[in-house]
Design a protein around this ligand. Structure first.
Ligand code: GRF
Length: 200
């Protein structure tokens, strides 16, 4: 049988996207597996989700490091030790520097709760909602050296119905995220995303 694509997942918080990925990997024919989950926050609920499934975890607290380079070097060492093929950002609240990004060219994926290039950065759902746009959505993209600027891999629209509450819109966006991220990882693992054409 073909070897599975090994994922190294970086988290900081709740980890509902991590959960969706862990659930997807339960299917025998899913072509990827989670090799390690790393959090920069001790006690992040995401770590418990990994432990429940017997997945190795590590806590690398950024505050203990003098430089971002040293912090990222320790993350990279863990990725190397666990033979990671693809780095997955799943609610990881640190910006990665070019040092780390160049170690994994087109091998770091992120999910963003808006239709990039619209609403990069933080509070993307709320910003779209406040503008009363007819539609927002979810984007999975490779990470490059900008903020949410890397090649787009998959997008799905989510309508903003008139009068919808922010909480309801957030819930709808997260539902889509939990479907789209495992799908993008599957496509990568099947070799269907290696040469993304589109960038913005
Ligand atoms: C998601 O909304 C994702 O789009 C953003 O961070 C959030 C992480 O949520 N990048 P969770 O920790 O996966 O629940």
């Amino acid at each position: 049988m073909k070897e599975k694509c090994r994922l190294g997942v970086l988290v900081s918080g709740t980890g509902t996207n991590l959960q969706a990925i862990l659930d997807a990997t339960e299917a025998k024919d899913y072509p990827a597996e989670v090799a390690i989950v790393i959090s920069n926050v001790a006690g992040a609920p995401a770590l418990e989700r990994a432990k429940k499934k017997g997945i190795p975890t590590a806590v690398i607290p950024h505050a203990l490091y003098e430089t971002r380079g040293e912090f990222e070097r320790d993350i990279a060492v863990q990725m190397e030790n666990h033979k990671v093929d693809l780095v997955i950002l799943a609610g990881f609240m640190r910006v990665l520097t070019p040092f780390f990004i160049r170690l994994f060219p087109n091998r770091i994926m992120n999910i963003h709760p808006a239709l990039l290039p619209a609403f990069p950065g933080t509070h993307a759902i709320e910003r779209a909602w406040k503008e009363k746009l007819p539609v927002t959505g979810v984007t999975v993209h490779f990470v490059d050296e900008g903020t949410d600027t890397g090649p787009i891999l998959l997008q799905e629209e989510v309508p903003i119905e008139p009068g919808i509450s922010l909480e309801r819109l957030e819930a709808k966006i997260h539902e889509v995220e939990h479907r789209l991220y495992p799908k993008a990882i599957r496509l990568f693992a099947e070799g269907k995303l290696e040469k993304p054409e589109r960038s913005h």
